[in-house]
Design a protein around this ligand. Structure first.
Ligand code: LMR
Length: 411
């Protein structure tokens, strides 16, 4: 009955922005959500993206086509994203494209890709999923809403360090204790692990992927921050390159890539991303997967929005804008590094987790929930409750204020 519906908890990340907006303190500082802001606290459009928008606006003046996109998304976007992911970011993907083994749908950013993937998997292949502990809080929500019954977390992080031995041993123990005939899924953060910023080295990834392969788990790679680690979008696709090395791995139940242009093109609200499913055999398997993904998309939201994918498509297909985009991404990565360096000048890092090993948009401070509450209640500084701080929310005007408040917690 409608009068017995329980209250859902507020979203662990976006819920805080609602609280922030209601805060009357002039010094309030929002360091929660992963939205890139420049040194003036603005969410600016990247120069490459702004030029693509201008080109698109011009073409709209001549011929405004606001009709529906196909269910699977804009065909040009699809071609360009496939090229970007499976030729440029991961050259051995060419072979997979030639063999027609990659099923692809344009999605509502990375979350939409995860939603379609989890729906597909729960309908046909699996009901168990493993996430790192900790992980992006919405991961479990997305999979649960889309039909997954068993939500598990593998050890990822211990005493400020990545714990690869603990991770592998959790997977082994789970495999021994289950008699489930469906393969379990495992979600892997491609780079810039959210929230810890700690990524395995390539050698560690090899150990991990070997184990995942041996245990016949289904890999789901969540690539939301491509480029924000090293500043080079191609370099950051190392996990995809390793996973698709067919001399090492054959994924008999496929590999799922959930990819987003929210962060690396700043197209957050336009919801631009993709899901690709790398099938194990040729075109026939792909056609069946294609047909089911289309059915799911049609049932969920019919077809994706057009504008953002048209913009991304121009950036990816125009060589000049693409080079400009590489520069934009590099500038973002550099600023994130410089914010960390400025914090290091002001703080005793020993009291925080070692941030020099952390990658990407966030600083995992190691502050506990009560310290996070103190920052919010005493200084109107908002961090995610797990102690994650969004670095680009800091700038020359607020960094001293925030570091002073952090120093007070050190005492
Ligand atoms: C984040 O972790 O802050 C981002 O991925 C934004 C979101 O949707 O939570």
């Amino acid at each position: 009955r409608i009068n017995s519906i329980p209250m859902a908890p507020p979203d662990k990340i976006l819920g805080l922005t609602e609280q922030f907006n209601a805060d009357k303190n002039d010094n309030k500082t929002n360091l929660t959500v992963g939205i890139y802001k420049d040194n003036w606290g603005q969410v600016t459009t990247m120069p490459s993206v702004a030029r693509a928008q201008a080109m698109l606006d011009q073409s709209f003046e001549m011929n405004t086509d606001l009709s529906y996109l196909p269910i699977k998304g804009c065909p040009d976007f699809r071609e360009n994203v496939l090229r970007f992911l499976y030729r440029e970011s991961c050259p051995q993907g060419v072979e997979l494209l030639n063999q027609e083994r990659i099923s692809f749908v344009q999605t509502l950013s990375g979350t939409g890709a995860l939603a379609v993937a989890s729906k597909f998997l729960s309908l046909f292949m699996s009901h168990t999923v493993w996430f790192p502990n900790p992980s992006w809080p919405n991961h479990a929500n997305v999979f649960q809403i889309n039909g997954f019954k068993n939500i598990n977390h593998y050890t990822y992080y211990k005493d400020g360090q990545l714990d690869v031995d603990g991770w592998i041993s959790d997977l082994e123990k789970a495999a021994k204790s289950t008699n489930d005939s469906f393969p379990p899924c495992i979600v892997l953060h491609a780079c810039c692990h959210n929230p810890t910023g700690l990524d395995p080295t390539l050698e560690q990834w090899k150990r991990i992927m070997d184990k995942i392969h041996e245990l016949k788990m289904i890999p789901i790679i969540d690539m939301a921050y491509q480029g924000l680690d090293t500043g080079d979008v191609y370099k950051d696709a190392y996990l995809l390159r390793l996973s698709l090395d067919e001399s090492r791995y054959q994924w008999s139940n496929g590999l799922f890539l959930c990819q987003s242009f929210a962060k690396n093109m700043g197209l957050y609200g336009e919801r631009v991303g993709s899901l690709s499913v790398v099938t194990s055999r040729g075109a026939e398997e792909k056609r069946s997967v294609d047909s089911q993904l289309k059915k799911i998309v049609r049932g969920m939201y019919s077809s994706p929005p057009g504008y953002g994918s048209r913009v991304a498509n121009i950036v990816l297909s125009n060589p000049h804008l693409k080079n400009l985009w590489f520069q934009d991404v590099e500038n973002i990565a550099k600023r994130l590094q410089s914010v960390k360096a400025k914090m290091a000048e002001r703080l005793n890092w020993d009291s925080l987790q070692d941030p020099t090993r952390q990658h990407g948009m966030f600083l995992y401070t190691g502050l506990n929930a009560s310290e996070v509450n103190t920052l919010r209640e005493d200084s109107s500084i908002y961090l995610v409750q797990d102690g994650r701080l969004s670095l680009s929310g800091l700038n020359d005007s607020n960094i001293d204020y925030v570091c002073d408040a952090l120093r007070k917690l050190e005492k």
